[in-house]
Design a protein around this ligand. Structure first.
Ligand SMILES: Cc1cc2nc3c(=O)[nH]c(=O)nc-3n(C[C@H](O)[C@H](O)[C@H](O)COP(=O)(O)OP(=O)(O)OC[C@H]3O[C@@H](n4cnc5c(N)ncnc54)[C@H](O)[C@@H]3O)c2cc1C
Length: 388
């Protein structure tokens, strides 16, 4: 069967779902295709990867009517940055930046569950169990081929396709990659001392280690070499806690327990062109970042929100036309490039154990701690993106 729509959205992860919800107020006919079946969506909901949502993301999720479903989002009111084996540290306080919180920590699965419930209730043309297998353009249309759960192949035609597949459908898309030679180990950790809303970012010679407040516990994102990550993921809990204690120190007292351990290989991937004929890439499909500064989803949500604004402002006959695509490209350019560079620089500068660089880092952190204006600028950048 071939069906038509004004827009086809490929992928119903957090970014694709957010775009579909943001387009709901328009009169446009939006068809969303998500590979997971509706039950698998519930399974993915077990993904405990912690997402630090910025204050800017909270404002967008409020407008999408999803924020109220994230009752357990834990506010980050203070950020503590330090380096292992070196001096210097920075303490950022949300109240100094006039914010109620820098951000909120939510497990990926919980966010996805809230968005999935919203699309199921509100969007009739949101299809689960629809895996896109190929895309091409024909005249003024993009044609999307997909396979349904029941094995039947279908096609959909639209003047505009938005790819939000997390970077899975790379065929035909010119992707640049940079392997950091790092893997993230995530876990939910119990600590002796209460976190008091503080998020810790500690730079070690293998890579950054973050502990984010999540409910009564802390969410760990520990970046290290792939071999070390595999060891950490496999070792008994007591050995894991001892290794963590030695890498992080005793700022939070003793580590008392760790569960839900998982590993994620880390590579910077970005599409050379985020618009190609009749197509826009958003979220991880456009750029997959290192999680060091918690930017990936926040950036992807801004991609979705600003694209929705452009689409709603566009006359329907201009949808997917070159002028429209160029406006979208230009509008997202600064935020996207700055976020990629910011994240990449943090990884390079802080995952290097050269003694001179360690001293320079220490001086930089100590100086930053004494410069309130710079601290506020940094905080706003983390909160609202490059144009915040
Ligand atoms: C350890 C870790 C920690 C992180 N921490 C943070 C953080 O603190 N803050 C932050 O902002 N970001 C963070 N991120 C990044 C964040 O997880 C991603 O940026 C975000 O998940 C991207 O969402 P997405 O919807 O673009 O892609 P995805 O989450 O990958 O979703 C893609 C969707 O597309 C579907 N799909 C794939 N292929 C097809 C197909 N062919 N047809 C149809 N559907 C398809 C998939 O089933 C999936 O549902 C972290 C990432 C990691 C690994």
């Amino acid at each position: 069967m071939n069906e038509s729509a004004d827009i086809v959205v490929v992928g119903g992860g957090p970014v694709g779902a957010a775009l579909a919800l943001a387009l709901q107020p328009s009169a446009l006919d939006v068809l969303s295709l998500e590979a997971r079946g509706a039950e698998a969506a519930a399974l993915t909901a077990a993904d405990e990867r912690p997402l630090a949502l910025s204050h800017g993301s909270r404002l967008i999720l409020e407008r999408l009517g999803v924020w109220s479903a994230l009752a357990n989002a834990t506010p980050i009111t203070r950020i503590h940055v330090s380096q292992a084996g070196g001096f210097g540290r920075v303490l950022l306080e949300a109240r100094d930046a006039d914010l109620p919180a820098y951000g909120y920590v939510v497990p990926y699965g919980e966010l996805l569950r809230a968005l999935t419930q919203a699309v199921q209730q509100r969007l009739p043309r949101y299809r689960f169990g629809a895996r896109v297998t190929a895309m091409h353009t024909e005249g003024a249309s993009a044609i999307v081929e997909y396979a349904r759960d029941d094995g039947i192949a279908d096609t959909a035609t639209a003047p505009l396709v938005v790819v939000a597949d997390g970077g899975a459908l790379v065929a035909g898309i010119d992707i640049r990659t940079k392997d950091y030679g790092q893997t993230a180990v995530t876990a939910r950790v119990k600590t002796e001392a209460q976190h008091g809303g503080t998020a810790y970012e500690r730079f070690t010679s293998h890579g950054p280690l973050a502990l984010l407040p999540m409910g009564a516990n802390m969410a760990l994102i520990w970046t290290t070499t792939p071999d070390h990550a595999a060891e950490l993921a496999a070792m008994p809990e007591a050995a894991f806690l001892a290794a963590l204690q030695s890498a992080f120190g005793d700022r939070l007292g003793l580590f008392r327990g760790a569960d839900a351990r998982a590993i994620y290989p880390l590579t910077l991937k970005y599409a050379r062109h985020v618009v190609v004929p009749r197509t826009v890439l958003i979220g991880n499909a456009a750029q997959t970042l290192h999680p060091v500064a918690g930017q990936g989803f926040n950036l992807g949500l801004r991609d979705a929100w600003e694209l929705a604004e452009e689409i709603i402002a566009c006359e329907p006959e201009w949808l997917g036309q070159e002028d429209m695509l160029e406006r979208v490209r230009r509008r997202r350019q600064v935020d996207r490039v700055a976020s990629i560079r910011f994240t990449d620089t943090l990884v390079r500068v802080f995952s290097n154990d050269a003694p001179l660089l360690r001293v320079a880092r220490g001086l930089g952190l100590a100086a930053l701690d004494q410069l309130p204006l710079l601290k506020t600028l940094l905080a706003r950048r983390m909160t609202f993106g490059a144009r915040g």
